[in-house]
Design a protein around this ligand. Structure first.
Ligand SMILES: Nc1ncnc2c1ncn2[C@@H]1O[C@H](COP(=O)(O)OP(=O)(O)OP(=O)(O)O)[C@@H](O)[C@H]1O
Length: 303
């Protein structure tokens, strides 16, 4: 069964009609961990706000658990959990008080749904008397997730939950999502981090309000057909310039300590390329053929 169905959704803002979501369609199956992946301004937050009934689309339709986002907004509000980019925790309330507050709003209690949050809550319980404003980023994030879960939602919307969170907490967070998925909760998560994309069941790569590709992380990488090279030299900037100027280069960009590049003839003539690099006085050159990552696939789609 489909938990979320979006059809031809478009959203513009203001008199200038800034296009945030551009006629997109997708669906998410029940129990799926689905990622909206894209840079700032791709339209991720607008989609979340429309699906959680906080914002109206200009056109198109959308449903969550079979409920229409316009007609059945009350049912959706009762059944979904939403963790916005800036968690709406009450800074002056303690961990315990924040959680009780969210439980009360949904007419439930911490005890009634404790099983669902237990794994996460035990990690912050020792600090339950501490005010939210005094928690670390990772702890705030765990509390926000508990608050979004306390009414046992069928679908969880997490908007950039790991932005600004340290790498260890990020990793723990994704382990928590995996465990929630086992409870058959549908999770839609947005992130600008490509390494997190591979942890989703399926992802939509987004840019400028459009979905560029939608598939499993594995299949997105498999669809990358060009031969990709990682190239290193003692100095990165001159290397990038040389790659840009090489007539056989299709695409080149910095990727950590390497430059990644594709070539017109799949680099059949490696010697000619090596000669070109040597003529440009680059030192410490290393060239290797590599497998593409999701980030490479994304960069290719952007071109
Ligand atoms: N209230 C608003 N008024 C005008 N333009 C807006 C408004 N909200 C968003 N936009 C514009 O719509 C586009 C999509 O924004 P959106 O917040 O949905 O993207 P995003 O992928 O979530 O990015 P971010 O991580 O920056 O929030 C951007 O160009 C943004 O500037």
């Amino acid at each position: 069964m489909e938990a979320v169905v979006v059809q031809n959704m478009t959203k513009t803002y203001g008199k200038e009609k800034t296009l945030a979501v551009d006629n997109i369609s997708f669906s998410v199956a029940k129990g799926e961990l689905f990622g909206l992946i894209g840079p700032d301004g791709a339209g991720k937050t607008s989609i979340f706000r429309i699906l959680t009934t906080l914002l109206l689309a200009d056109s198109g339709t959308a449903s969550v658990d079979g409920f229409d986002v316009v007609k059945d907004f009350k049912s959706i509000r009762n059944t979904v959990g939403y963790m916005p980019v800036k968690f709406s925790l009450y800074q002056d309330l303690t961990i315990e008080e924040n959680l009780s507050f969210f439980a009360t709003v949904f007419g439930t209690t911490i005890e009634a749904n404790y099983d669902l949050i237990k794994d996460i809550y035990v990690q912050i319980e020792p600090f339950k008397k501490r005010r939210a404003g005094k928690l670390s980023g990772g702890m705030k994030q765990k509390l926000a997730l508990c608050c979004a879960l306390i009414h046992k939602p069928t679908t969880l919307f997490l908007d950039e939950p790991t932005t600004g969170v340290d790498p260890v907490s990020r990793k723990e967070f994704w382990e928590m999502l995996r465990r929630l998925k086992e409870q058959n909760i549908t999770i839609i998560v947005s992130t600008p981090y490509m390494d997190e994309a591979s942890l989703c069941d399926r992802i939509a790569l987004m840019q400028g309000g459009k979905i560029l590709s939608i598939d499993t992380p594995d299949d997105i990488v498999k669809a990358y057909r060009e031969k990709l090279y990682a190239i290193k030299a003692n100095e990165m900037y001159p290397l990038l310039k040389v790659l840009e100027n090489y007539p056989g280069t299709l695409n080149s960009y910095a990727f950590g300590e390497y430059a990644h590049a594709t070539f017109k003839d799949q680099m059949k003539n490696m010697e000619e390329f090596e000669r070109f690099l040597a003529e440009k006085q680059l030192t410490g050159v290393e060239i290797k053929s590599i497998e593409a990552t999701i980030e490479d696939s994304f960069i290719k789609l952007l071109h």
